[in-house]
Design a protein around this ligand. Sequence first.
Ligand SMILES: [Ca+2]
Length: 441
Amino acid sequence: MNLKLTNMKLSYILLFVFLISMSCSKEKQKHTNIILIMADDLGYGDIGCYGSKTAQTPVLDKLAAEGIRFVDYHSNGAVCSPTRAALMTGNYQQRAGIEGVIYAALDKRIYGISNSQNTIAEYFKRAGYTTGIFGKWHLGYQPEYNPVHHGFDEFYGYVSGNVDYISHRDGIGLLDWWHNADTCYDEGYVTDIITDKALQFMENNADKPFFLYLPHEAVHYPYQGRNDKADRLPGINFEALGSRPDKTHAYTEMVEIMDENIGRVMAKLDELGLDKNTMVLFCSDNGATKMGDNGELNGFKSSLWEGGHRVPAIAWYPSKIKAGTTSHATILSMDILPTLLNIAGISVQNNFDGKDFSDAMFSGEKLDERPLFWRYRNQWVVRQGDWKYLKINEEEYLFNLANDLGEQKNLLEQNREMVNHFKTLLTDWEKEMNQYKLQTD
Ligand SMILES: [Ca+2]
């Protein structure tokens, strides 16, 4: 009898221990961490899994092999600041007031992201996430535009469009290196030291939900490798692109150092045991310059030909994404915010311009077809399905991208009705966007 009672007690104790351990493991897995990595000026053909023959990018190639590679992903802008405004707000960049590059010239430093827009960091922070940005901001120089006033708990990096990789001086030679709202100086190569800080952030927040935004400088100029000397120093005239004569070699080196550092982030996820509940998303902010490789696409950074805005994007989340998937869904930078909020289980009331593409990513579902718009300087685009209407000054084009990715065959004359429809959509969209106070370059 006593033995039976002891056995029963033991069973209850074991059941109790089991239930406690179940609830603990549920507790540990309940949140999804997000790591959003963005390269700068990385072109459609600049990494191995998109066909690069020069740069070796084993880490990004592995992420694509274990995750999903998007072949119809586009930056909202053809240059840096507009894409970042759209990425941060989930809306067309015009709603945040940013249509052009925010330049380093002293008289241009008045511009920045509008306070009227909430950022992705603000949404994550409100939901209890710790938020960090390590790298390039490029959404305003003035103190009120600093990332710590736009939802980020921690900022380490620079606010301008590019800095010397070694001296951390901006396009007009001023030191542009920050920890939160204060300037600071740290020795080191930008790609390495923003990663160091990101790894520290991951360690500090290993037990809490975090949103980590890692906007790399690579492969934006100045073209400098890890062992190069600083070009931008006080009292010295310098070339914006850097002094190195073999710039194409430097470019390849920069891509490879970024890849290596993304490898350090992945190793840290593994080390901290966060590899099952962390999603990693990698993308670029616009197409490559002539220094880089846009594959078979026409045009370069700052143009609205495909080469200016169709860029690499890879998502990695092994518990949800089928390994080795290629997605043909048409996706823009502004779609990332609603998608990541959904994946993190954060619901907000806003009706964003961007659309959640998690079903396309997790189960290959087709996205609802929608018209998409680009405007930069004297160029306009309307994209719907496979069709792209492009206007540059008064020149008009219509391409079917399904069989003409290089935009060689103008089908405008044969499809006047479609073109007129697209032009009406564009007029309506411009009317909507022109309500905002717009910064242009
Ligand atoms: Ca860029």
